[in-house]
Design a protein around this ligand. Structure first.
Ligand code: ZN
Length: 310
């Protein structure tokens, strides 16, 4: 498995179609966040990592009680401005799978610290229409991952033919319950209800092969039903971490938690389990917000213990 390093799609110029909402924004062509398109070889197939937009990282978004700005400080050492992509992943094949849908065409705060709406444009650049998507696999139901599921104006589902997979405990927490710290927006709820009415929602608990080369694993903590997706072909694999880790530094700093973790202790236990799994079985790991959408690895070094590798 390798990160494709051929010329980036965005360097080939805009495709035809409606202008994306981020056109004209100073970060619209930023390869670290919005314009990131990475191709990862997995066995004989290729996974495409795309970004729906960007998230300007808050200083205390990921860290520890003693070091609340730990991740921000580490990332700022590498990037002048800490802007994270809104990662989505397309796995083309007989069954076309899209993992996460981004935030959708909205600006969440004045000044723009969370802006989406680029995903449909990015998919178009690689020749994919919304109706071509057979499976949408959501990591969780926070808006920067599920917001692109429905039209913000009408609540109509964006991917009309797709069966949508969601962790059952996320459905209980966000859709059926009323205590979610970050509630579902009305248009996302409308899209989910429309899909459910048409039998297009499948709730999963535990491990399940949901499509050829796509395995869902339970990875709770960030949200109660948070899902991890293992993309695999032949003997190779890459783990799509969702928000179980926000940055590759968390592969070796297990105490760094995210401010949005619903259950911080469970989220830490999940990170530890993922680290052990990566050391044991190998493969790349890629979170939705990893800068540049570049996968990291956790390897065991006899002298230095667990360390990150590119
Ligand atoms: Zn997120």
């Amino acid at each position: 498995m390798s990160n494709g390093r051929e010329p980036k799609e965005h360097e080939t110029g805009p495709a035809e179609g409606p202008r994306p909402p981020l056109d004209g924004h100073r970060l619209a062509d930023d390869p670290v966040s919005t314009a990131a398109i990475e191709r990862l070889d997995v066995g004989g197939r290729q996974l495409v990592a795309l970004s729906d937009g960007f998230l300007l990282m808050g200083e205390t978004m990921v860290g520890t009680a003693d070091e609340p700005t730990a991740a921000f400080d580490a990332l700022r050492a590498d990037y002048e401005e800490v802007r994270l992509p809104l990662g989505c992943f397309f796995w083309p094949g007989e069954t076309n799978v899209l993992v996460d849908t981004g935030f959708g065409p909205l600006d969440a705060a004045e000044g723009g610290w969370l802006i989406g709406g680029n995903l449909l444009h990015q998919l178009r650049r690689i020749g994919v229409r919304p109706e071509d998507v057979d499976v949408v696999a959501l990591s969780h139901l926070h808006a920067d991952h599920s917001g692109g599921l429905g039209d913000p104006g009408t609540g109509e589902p964006i991917y009309p033919n797709a069966t949508t997979y969601i962790g059952s405990h996320d459905w209980e927490y966000f859709v059926e319950g009323s205590t979610a710290a970050i509630p579902l927006p009305d248009y996302t709820r409308a899209a989910l209800e429309s899909l459910a009415d048409r039998g297009k929602i499948t709730l999963v608990d535990g491990d399940a092969e949901i499509a050829p080369g796509v395995r869902r694993l339970s990875a709770p903590g960030h949200t109660p039903g948070h899902s991890l997706y293992v993309i695999h072909d032949d003997d190779e694999r890459v783990l799509l971490l969702g928000d179980s880790m926000y940055c590759p530094q968390q592969l070796t700093n297990l105490d760094w938690g995210a401010a949005f973790d619903v259950d911080p202790a469970l989220a830490r236990a999940t990170r530890e389990r993922l680290q052990r799994d990566l050391e044991l079985h190998g493969g790349g790991a890629l979170g939705c917000h990893f800068p540049g959408l570049i996968a990291g690895r956790a390897v065991t070094d006899p002298d230095r213990g667990t360390r990150r590798a590119p």
